[in-house]
Design a protein around this ligand. Structure first.
Ligand code: MN
Length: 356
């Protein structure tokens, strides 16, 4: 039998190498929820969720409570009928995407382990490895330049820079990064920090200074769809939505308004089934796709790596939480060398397991 016999959950902390600062604050550890589904056949499916309050409104307490609230509807369900299980989770947790992502990952991990298939093969088996960028947080220009030099030496070709806090400081930092890593392209993430006009002025000024801008992410407030459309229309840089694009219905709205060039999907915003729906919408609409992550532990990052490798649809990847963590509590889902990440090629499921 492949039915769920037991649901366990606990909270863990991902320790970071250095304080991570964005336009939304600074942190030195990242809390995560770990879910374990134990099947009658003794297989265990693992999933994790990293709630980011300013994006989804969730907290570690709320995701724990959300998992507990699903106990009744999950117990004794067969994971091989996973589609129905994912629908049940979508109904039970419509506005708790990080909790849902954790449970969905655990369901699919248990399903793949039951049928002895790697998650990335189940999701399409498109490519064994993918290339990610690395993020440079809000730090002083010298430190940013140093981080950029190191990243370029490690083979990174794309550097994601957090901006949107102070346009003047941002400008100096971006210039420092580009001159320290002249071969790299930069991805700018404003985390809603600009007004539409500021965003256009900022990118124009950088372009004129010779900065190779690959894309601009979430320049304005998440609710300001008109502002996003304004920036997209008035700059030659591809504009992507992040905080504005959580549910598939948000993406549909952005597509209808032609407000952006692409969508940054994160499992913590949409879960896995929502991510697959967003992929379908963007493919139909001719929009570009990026896959990002929060400061996630190895389980959640593995789910993202397996989705990226399995589907092969993402033109940009921002899967770098493993580079920012000082220790990984759940290794095994992927390996990496510089910017190249490989999904565990042979393990059934996503392959991430608790460190012994
Ligand atoms: Mn972002």
């Amino acid at each position: 039998m492949d039915s769920i016999a037991e649901i366990r959950r606990c909270a863990v902390e991902l320790p970071l190498k250095a304080a991570f600062e964005t336009a939304k604050g600074s942190k030195t550890t990242s809390p995560a929820l770990v879910v374990e589904l134990v099947l009658v056949n003794e297989i265990t499916g693992l999933g994790s969720g990293t709630p980011v309050t300013y994006v989804t409104g969730e907290t570690i307490e709320s995701v724990m409570a959300a998992v507990d609230s699903c106990r009744e509807v999950l117990l004794n369900r067969d994971v091989s009928a996973y589609r129905g299980l994912l629908d049940t989770l979508a109904e039970a947790l419509p506005d708790q995407p990080s909790a849902r992502a954790a449970l969905e990952t655990a369901v699919l991990d248990a399903f793949c382990k039951t049928w002895d298939i790697p998650l990335w093969i189940f999701l399409g088996g498109f490519t064994a490895e993918v290339e990610t960028d690395v993020t440079i947080p809000i730090v002083d220009p010298e430190t940013a330049g140093e981080l950029a030099r190191e990243a370029a030496a490690d083979g990174f070709r794309h550097l994601k820079i957090k901006v949107g806090k102070d346009a003047e400081e941002d400008y100096t930092r971006v210039i420092s990064v580009q001159s320290s890593a002249p071969a790299c392209e930069v991805l700018l993430d404003a985390n809603q920090g600009f007004s539409p006009e500021e965003a256009v002025r900022f990118t124009d000024r950088l372009t004129k200074a010779g900065v190779k801008i690959n894309m601009l992410e979430q320049p304005v407030d998440a609710r300001d769809i008109e502002g996003l459309a304004y920036v997209t229309k008035h700059t030659s840089v591809p504009v992507f939505a992040d905080e504005s694009a959580q549910k598939p219905s948000d993406v549909l709205r952005l597509v209808k308004a032609d407000a952006v060039d692409g969508i940054n999907i994160k499992l913590m915003k949409s879960g896995i089934s929502g991510a697959l729906d967003i992929i379908a919408i963007c493919k139909a609409a001719g929009k570009e796709l990026m896959l990002g992550s929060m400061l996630e532990i190895g389980v959640g990052l593995s789910a993202a790596v397996h989705l990226a490798c399995g589907t092969g649809v993402f033109s940009r990847l921002d899967l770098d939480s493993h580079l920012l963590a000082s220790e990984e509590p759940f290794p095994g889902g992927y390996t990496w060398e510089g910017p190249i990440i490989r999904a565990n090629p042979t393990a059934a499921g996503h392959g991430a397991e608790p460190k012994r």
